[in-house]
Ligand binder design. Structure first.
Ligand code: ZN
Length: 142
């Protein structure tokens, strides 16, 4: 297990732009506020979205296209550094008009309306590097 100690930094609230791509918007938020490590959650609604399921056997993401509009019941994730730039890793639960929920790795989504709570974490650099065992870009100890 890799453990790093962080202190709480700023608590940021952001209303995302209608029509914008959600992962890009959260990345921009991190870049503009110079957040290099953090945790976030978001709620709102998306007009369309793409989730993914990581196939552990083939080490590939399988895309799940979600025809909107859907509620963004909950998205949670973190911000760390990949290649020296803020990188957003998000998972989400999306609900249709009957309340049925689909969930997974949140690849992208077009914002209808969304509100984000971002907690900045202050401490050592949190870098992602390719992990040969999982095929994923995981936090590294360096
Ligand atoms: Zn993921």
């Amino acid at each position: 297990m890799l453990i790093s100690d962080y202190e709480q930094g700023r608590c940021l609230l952001a209303r995302l732009d209608h029509g914008a791509e959600i992962i890009r918007q959260i990345t921009l938020l991190a870049e503009e506020k110079r957040v290099e490590a953090g945790a976030f959650c978001a709620i709102g609604a998306l007009s369309q979205a793409e989730l993914a399921y990581y196939d552990q056997a083939s080490a590939e993401y399988r895309k799940i296209t979600v025809e909107g509009p859907v509620e963004l019941v909950y998205a949670s994730g973190n911000i760390s550094l990949r290649d020296g730039r803020p990188f957003v890793h998000a998972h989400g639960a999306l609900a249709d008009s009957k309340g049925g929920v689909l969930g997974g790795h949140l690849v992208s989504g077009v914002v209808f309306a969304a509100e984000v709570f971002l907690l900045e974490l202050l401490g050592p650099p949190l870098n992602r590097e390719h992990d040969p065992i999982t095929g994923l870009y995981l936090w590294s100890g360096a």
